[in-house]
Design a binder for this molecule. Structure first.
Ligand code: FPP
Length: 261
């Protein structure tokens, strides 16, 4: 494993220098990413938006592998929002095709790196062939334990909250006095997944765009001007180093982890 680590972040490279500064006792357990800027990246090069998304999937590949090797336990990627359906039909089709291709090609990478795939979002609406592919890879990687890759698809933070309320009403088990934050969180798509410690947004936009609204209550936010197709492992390391400088107080006056209720 150590040898792999050295091969992946070779001495003498910028990545290696950054890696030496990382405090591995204080890694973010869960990193979430709003992958933004594919369109602008393509436009700057006179390419089609589809080519921008294509280049973005190479960044996905690199960030998934780098996160697993670093020891990050959960990586959540915002790949398709409920609002993305408003884009031209051609682009929507290209995004779903790209995702299907990614799953078809990268299932091996997930298996080799002991990564589990989990999907969050509204299943209804996801094209059938993509859904089948997602279920196949979720099943294939179910027992993998090194890292969980959570892909948000047809996802909206507000819909997730509405869906949780629907579940509670449908179950009919909880009265108003029984409902607390823990019970509520257990009905979200992210049930069993800890809240993100670090949220990275690329391309410089200062918005959360309906992503993990409940879960990011105390998440550290890191915005970089780098466009997603240019985002590489060294940028991930830079984000982790910035996170490690933050003083996380969770509403308390001292830094530290939140007190268990
Ligand atoms: C935002 O860029 C990106 C998306 C809406 C899609 C993200 C998808 C990928 C990176 C490709 C594949 C994903 C996986 C998981 C394999 P934008 O189009 O909003 O860029 P712009 O704001 O510059 O127009």
């Amino acid at each position: 494993m150590q040898k792999n680590f050295e091969e992946y972040f070779p001495p003498g490279t910028e990545e290696h220098d950054l890696l030496l500064k990382v405090d591995f006792r204080r890694l973010p357990g869960h990193v979430a990413v709003i992958m933004d800027g594919n369109g602008r990246w393509a436009q700057q090069r006179g390419l089609s938006r589809a080519e921008g998304h294509n280049a973005g999937s190479a960044s996905v590949r690199e960030v998934v592998e780098a996160s697993a090797r670093l020891g990050i336990e959960f990586l959540t990627l915002y790949a398709f929002s409920r609002e993305n359906w408003k884009r031209p039909r051609l682009e929507v089709g290209q995004l779903w095709r790209l995702l299907r291709e990614y799953l078809g090609k990268e299932d091996r990478l997930l298996v080799e790196n002991d990564i589990r795939l989990r999907v969050i979002g509204r299943k209804e609406g996801i094209p059938r062939p993509v859904l089948r592919e997602l279920e196949r890879v979720e099943e294939m990687t179910r027992t993998n334990g090194r890292m969980t890759l959570v892909v948000a698809l047809n996802y909206g933070g507000r819909s997730e909250i509405v869906d949780a309320v629907r579940r509670i009403l449908e179950e009919g088990r909880l009265g108003p006095g029984d409902l607390d934050e823990k019970e509520f969180a257990a009905r979200l798509y992210t049930e069993g997944i800890p809240d993100p410690d670090l949220l990275i947004r690329t391309s410089g936009e200062l918005r959360v765009s309906n992503f993990l609204l409940w879960q990011i209550a105390y998440t550290e936010i890191y915005v970089t001007p780098v466009l997603w197709p240019d985002f590489r492992k060294r940028h991930l390391l830079e984000a982790v180093l910035e996170y490690q400088k933050r003083d996380r107080r969770f509403g308390d006056i001292h830094a530290g982890t939140p007190r268990k209720k």
